[in-house]
Design a protein. Sequence first.
Length: 374
Amino acid sequence: MKFSIGIDDLLPALQSVIGVVEKRQTLPILSNILVNISDGKFTITGTDLEVEITTIIPLEDTSINIDFTVPAKKLFDICKNLDAGILLNVELVDNKLILKAKKSRFTLITLPAENFPNLDPMSSSSEFSISQHDLKFVIDATQFSMANQDVRYYLNGLLFEIYNEELRTIATDGHRLAFSYVASLTNLINIPKDTTQQLIVPRKAITELNRLLSDTDEIINVSISASHLNIIFKHLSFTTKLIDGRFPDYQRVIPATELCTKNIITDRQVLRQSLSRIAVLSTEKYKAARLEFSENHLLAVVHNPEQEEAEEHIVIEYSGEDFSIGFNVGYLVDALNAVKEDQVTLSLTDSNSSCLISGLNNDSVKYVVMPMRL
């Protein structure tokens, strides 16, 4: 069996699936990608048994019909180091894949396609459509607050909440919370009006999905079942298992703005840069900073065990009683990096309360940071 494929077509397809292929596997075949050639389509699939990505490259030759698996990392590295624009000649002989390009020749060992594992077939229960731009926006705005290897397994992912034409994403690690939404869902199927549907997408799946998303208006279709999420791009299919668990009631964590008696308005970049500077001297583990608020003034202070100290004086809009409060300065900087508005609002009820951070006059993103005892 022989065929040819352009390296400019093959390399982007391999880049799409390579992230989901585990480098160290108890099952050797999981280090491979599945290649299916039929009906003029060159289809590549990679999986780690939790996430599966399939992408399709059109082929001119419609006579080839074959399946095989090949080491993903080796094939990717070979293609990555070949010149752009060249044609890759491929031949499958017994269990060996022979690749020829100009003066280069490579032989890779294949494994039988019938041993390649696939995720369980998915029967969709609800669907909607959304632009790549909007889905990327809500993921970018919240993913950094996901827990990592927390024993509360349901925190090791991103909550998708669907309500009417809104998609909300929420992430928390127990110390901070990120919330974002877009109201742009279309083609809703089996999503009843005025009802809320929730699903928790695992951390690795979110990382891979965000890598695939681009900042374009291209519409993608999302299907949800009881245990899986599937997203169909133009030439790519992304499927992931969902986390089976109950996400905390995030609405109880977000302070009600009408109850916040201490409201501070400031320039986002000035505050972000000031906090980033003092964070240099904070301890690696706790990153504790003391914020001292007075009328139109913020003093941010960091101490560390080596008796070093950093402080920043920041002009703010605030008229109220003086108070001080401790926060993880890294969490504050993460939130300020994610807000896109020039001015931000920090809202608190007292010196022991959580801080609500959002863009001025924009509630599409909200961040809650819990206080620290200093």
